[in-house]
Structure formats: C-alpha cells, structure tokens
Design a protein around this ligand. Structure first.
Ligand code: FAD
Length: 395
C-alpha cells in the first residue's frame, strides 16, 4: 500500500531519501527551507559503496559523464613532497565492481534533483520546519505556515538539525580545523606542477591539501585544511586567509603554489558530532548529516547519506510496516556510521602529525602494499541491510 512520506531537507541526503522511497512505491514530499534547491561548495569524492547504489538507481551513467574517474588516490608528504602511499582506482573498480569518482557537488545534487522530478517527488521550497509530532499512526513536520503530516517523517536537515534535538542534547564538536575550497578552470593550473589524473592528498603538520580534476577534466578542485590558531584560542574571528598562508609556510613549493587559487572569501569550519546510537523516535527518523555529520577525512559524509536512503528504501519495499522499517534501519545504520565518524577523527589526527610522529606515520604509509585493501574493505563493500552483514573492520 502506498504511504505518504515527508522528508525534511533537500540536500544530497534528503533528495536521495526521497528518490529511494519513491522508487519503493511511496508518495514523498520534500520540504526545504531555502528558496531554491541547490548546493554550495566544490568537489566531492564518492566511493564504490555509493556508486553501487547510484548504479542501482540508474544514475551512474549520468554521474560518470559529469565527473572524473581518477587513476589513483596518492598520499604525499606535504613537507618534502615524497609519495607515501596510493590506491590504484582501476583496481578498486575491479575489486568492488563499481568506480571511485570525483564530481562537483552541484552536479551530484542536480542528478538527484532531476531524478526526483522524473519520479514524481513533490518538491517544496521556502518551508522551515521548526517542530515535529509523532503518533503510533504517523508523524508530522510543523512550520510557520502549518503542518505536513505523513505515515513517517525523515529529517535530513543537516548538521544543525532541529529534529536531532528531540533525540539528543548533544552539540556540534569543533575540531579547530578550517577548510578553504576552490574549483577553477583547468587552464589556471597549467603552470603548476599538479597531477591531472589523480586525487592527491598532501598531508602535513596540522594541515593538508587535497587536489583533483573535476567536470571531465575541465576544472581543478582543491581543499586546503589547517588547524586554526584562532580557533585554538577560542576566538570568534578564526581561520582567516592570513592563518591559511601561515599554516602552509613549512610545506613544499608544489603545495604552496596551489594556495593562491583557493576561494579566499569563504571558509568552512571542520565540525562533527559525537555518534549517537538511536536515530528514531516513533515515526520520525534522522538521516544524513542530521544523524551522523563526520569530519571529512574519509570522504564518506554524503556517501553515508546515500547509503541511509538506500537502506530505508530497501526495508520499506512496496508495502511498508513503518515501525519495522525504522527498527531495521536503526539496527544497522548507527553502528556503521559510528565506526566511520570515530575512524575519520583518528585518520585526521594521523595525517597531521609532526616531528617523530610524522616519521612514524610516513614509515607506516610507505610500507603499505598498494593492493592491500584491509583498510577500506569495510567502507567500500556493499552496504549492509542487517547487522550480520556489516563487515569486520579488518579481515
Ligand atoms: P546538508 O547538505 O546540510 O543538507 C541539509 C538540507 O536541509 C539543506 O538543504 C538545508 O537548507 C535544509 N534544512 C536545514 N534545516 C531545515 C529546516 N529546519 N527545515 C527545512 N529544511 C532545512 N562527503 C562525501 O561523501 N565525499 C566527500 O568528498 C566530501 N567532502 C567534503 C569536504 C568538505 C570540506 C566538507 C565540509 C564536507 C564534505 N563531505 C563529503 C560531507 C558532505 O558534504 C555532507 O556529509 C553531505 O553533503 C550532507 O548532506 P545532507 O543532505 O545530510 O545535509
């Protein structure tokens, strides 16, 4: 039987949820606070655990045509420029059956938006949800102009989620790191010593720089991340361009050359939340960053949001028993995302070592076999629908 589903938030997580549940035969309304559906930012990496789902939804061809399939992910020491470790992405596609892609986040959001329109999702803008209600028969999203009720409400309302407050009194956790991004036409990097076929991650003391091509190689994307001295001191004015330049002073010329191409008028605080193990109350459930905002070091934030959507759709099927669906979702997703969130924090610390710890880190990374997948199997393999399908972290 067809149910009415309300999704709050029209980011990548909300649209993916709407699409997945519409594909399962449900009638879905998305409520978005902004006056238009869109995304702000630059590139993003999507791993095979996400491209597998996009393929099932019939979207991988479009995503491939808009993105880039890099040859390798290469990790380099930002201080001396030496290569430390790499993943061969052709081999990754062979191993997991689906590609590792990079794409402009506007393009991925656009693919999902068009798919939602084709599928008949009702897309509503200019609605800010301020409260929720839930009963045994359904739930509702409450906004200034009224109430939108459904058999179930999925809140994908991001890091500062209103819905999350019903389930937890936790607050976002600031890591004191700040990110600058920049996506520029490829001709602007012609004179720089950059790799145009790889994702390159230069890791350095309290800083790193990620570089990769975008849009079929027409653009070049960079993310520069560093620990802000202002944030460490608790200053409101933190992470300005002067701090950006100072943070990368000790890095090699190849890294420093990329910095002047960053967008200097915008910056993003690196914030996550402690994991929570319950995302469901009555007929209201959290998804995407509302449930599990990570630090971005594993590049799995949007990927996890798309996995949430797929798991909800798979459990819902054509005739959903919503209490059972939400219980099954809650049994498998929080545990997986807890591992991603906590691993992302440790992985970031590992990248940013200095002194003897940097030497130890470099030794570990250079000794790793390129074809050793024990660190990523648990991430890149098929998304688990039940706890017993969740792979161990190391085999
Ligand atoms: P959001 O994108 O925050 O969307 C929430 C939506 O809800 C917004 O449209 C908002 O307007 C709306 N909303 C909020 N409150 C309300 C309300 N009360 N009523 C109605 N609407 C509301 N992830 C990857 O997978 N790969 C990467 O390579 C990657 N790189 C990243 C790099 C950086 C620097 C950063 C900061 C993040 C990165 N991420 C990456 C993470 C990824 O961007 C997020 O995890 C993902 O976009 C979250 O999507 P979402 O839809 O859950 O939340």
């Amino acid at each position: 039987m067809t149910s009415n589903v309300v999704v709050v938030g029209g980011g990548i997580g909300g649209l993916a949820t709407a699409l997945s549940l519409t594909r399962a035969g449900q009638r879905v309304t998305v409520l978005e606070q902004a006056s238009a559906f869109g995304e702000v930012g630059a590139g993003m990496q999507i791993a095979p655990n996400c491209t597998r789902i996009l393929d099932e939804w019939g979207l991988l061809g479009e995503v491939r045509s808009l993105g880039v399939l890099p040859e390798r992910i290469v990790m380099k020491d930002a201080v001396d420029g030496g290569e430390l470790s790499a993943l061969d992405l052709h081999d990754v596609e062979r191993r997991y059956g689906f590609p590792y892609l990079v794409i402009h986040r506007t393009d991925l959001h656009g693919v999902l938006l068009r798919a939602c329109r084709r599928a008949g999702v009702e897309l509503v803008t200019d609605v800010t949800v301020t409260a929720y209600s839930s009963s045994p028969a359904g739930a509702a999203a409450i906004h200034d102009g009224g109430t939108v009720a459904g058999d179930v409400v999925i809140a994908a309302d991001g890091l500062h989620s209103t819905a999350r407050r019903i389930l937890s009194d936790d607050e976002p956790v600031s890591s004191a790191y700040v990110a600058y991004r920049g996506a520029v036409p490829i001709d602007r990097v012609a004179e720089l010593d950059v790799h145009l076929k790889d994702v390159v991650v230069h890791i350095g003391p309290r800083c790193h720089l990620v570089q990769y091509p975008l849009r079929g190689g027409e653009m070049f994307n960079q993310v520069a991340v560093f620990e802000s001295p202002g944030a460490r001191l608790g200053k409101a004015d933190r992470g300005g361009p002067d701090e950006l330049d100072a943070a990368f002073e000790g890095t090699c010329p190849q890294v420093r050359a990329g910095l002047h191409l960053m967008w200097r008028d915008r910056r993003w605080r690196m914030v996550d939340r402690d994991p929570i193990d319950n995302w469901v109350t009555g007929r209201l459930a959290l998804a995407g960053d509302a449930a599990h905002p990570p630090l971005q070091y594993l590049a799995q934030g949007a990927v996890m949001a798309i996995e949430d959507a797929w798991v909800l759709g798979a459990h819902a099927g054509r005739d959903p028993d919503w209490d059972g669906v939400l219980a099954a979702y809650n049994a498998v997703r929080p545990a997986h995302c807890r591992r991603v969130l906590t691993t992302a924090r440790s992985w970031g610390e590992f990248w940013h070592h200095d002194g003897p710890r940097r030497a130890w880190r470099n030794k570990l990374l250079t000794e790793r076999d390129t074809y050793d997948y024990s660190y990523v199997d648990w991430l890149f393999g098929p998304t688990a629908l039940t706890p017993d399908q969740e792979p161990p972290m190391f085999r």
